[in-house]
Design a binder for this molecule. Structure first.
Ligand SMILES: [Zn+2]
Length: 297
């Protein structure tokens, strides 16, 4: 736990639940790809880097989620470095309450803000201004969030953040958070082209077989989609009813935080199916129901 793993001459990662990428810019300076979940994690990162004679030159955040940007504030305050993030994600890191609002769908209650979206707001700069070394490339991985990005190091390692989940996570969590289902499908198809390259997803082991991960993630989304359609085929249902049936079928843990995240993702699935013309909705007695679109009955 908390090992700094060497992948190539200049590229490393911290082997923790949300991986942090490290690219050595020279003998004394490194850039970080993401910053960990909180100040405690960030403090351990700085200590380990310090023991190797390295200091943080700057941070690139792949996206705004707490476990990826929660260490920004501590690292920036301790080292004086800057953190850079893609558009919209930079705003969400800086105004972290908005992130919780985005998922919850209204002013988020205290538990949700504190325990789940606990990123300490910190100043974040536009990614276009980051002093990236020559040969480093940023590529879009939109879907999991609106503007998530991946980072390709000059020595050909691809940090792909939360674009894919590992098999264990998919089996256990089943409905993993996705903001935009259709864009996520596109991202997963594009990731297949990186097969053979060394890819580092944030929550599962590095792999040179990203095609496999992309495939099982696509299958997961298609299975959820199929199950949603079969639930609604029985009779029109509300978002909450559909979510409850899915949770029961997948035997998910019954807790508030999990339910908020899952409901948000189910809502994204429902909207995607409506945009495809497979679902429609109606309102009766001020209750919003989903039904199979006429032409698909
Ligand atoms: Zn994430």
């Amino acid at each position: 736990m908390f090992d700094l793993i060497k992948l190539t001459e200049k590229t490393y990662y911290f082997d923790i639940p949300t991986k942090i990428g490290v690219y050595k810019l020279d003998d004394k300076n490194a850039m970080l790809i993401d910053s960990g979940i909180n100040a405690k994690t960030a403090s351990r990162v700085l200590k380990i880097l310090d023991s190797k004679g390295l200091q943080v030159a700057f941070i690139v955040n792949t996206h705004s989620h707490t476990d990826h940007a929660g260490g920004n504030r501590f690292i920036c305050e301790q080292t004086g470095c800057k953190a850079y993030a893609p558009e919209v994600e930079d705003m969400l890191i800086e105004y972290s309450d908005v992130e919780a609002t985005l998922v919850y769908g209204g002013f988020p209650c205290r538990d949700f803000r504190k325990k789940f979206m606990n990123t300490e707001s910190s100043k974040t700069y536009p990614l276009k201004d980051a002093p990236l070394p020559q040969g480093m490339e940023i590529f879009p991985l939109h879907g999991h969030t609106a503007h998530m990005i991946g980072v390709k190091t000059p020595d050909d390692v691809y940090f792909i953040a939360d674009a894919v989940n590992g098999k264990n996570t998919l089996d256990k969590a089943k409905i993993c958070y996705v903001y935009d289902i259709d864009t996520q499908f596109e991202t997963l198809e594009k990731l297949k082209e990186l097969d053979g390259k060394l890819c580092v997803p944030a929550h599962t082991d590095p792999t040179e077989n990203v095609e496999y991960l992309a495939k099982i993630n696509i299958e997961n989304l298609l299975e959820i989609r199929k199950d949603i359609l079969s639930i609604i085929k029985e009779s029109p249902k509300t978002t909450e009813e559909i979510t409850a049936q899915l949770c029961k079928k997948y035997e998910l843990k019954e807790d508030f935080m999990g339910l908020v995240m899952v409901t948000s993702t189910v809502r994204s699935h429902l909207v995607s199916l409506r945009h495809k013309g497979l679902l429609d909705w109606f309102i009766e007695d001020y209750i919003h129901y989903w039904k199979i679109a006429e032409e698909n009955i």
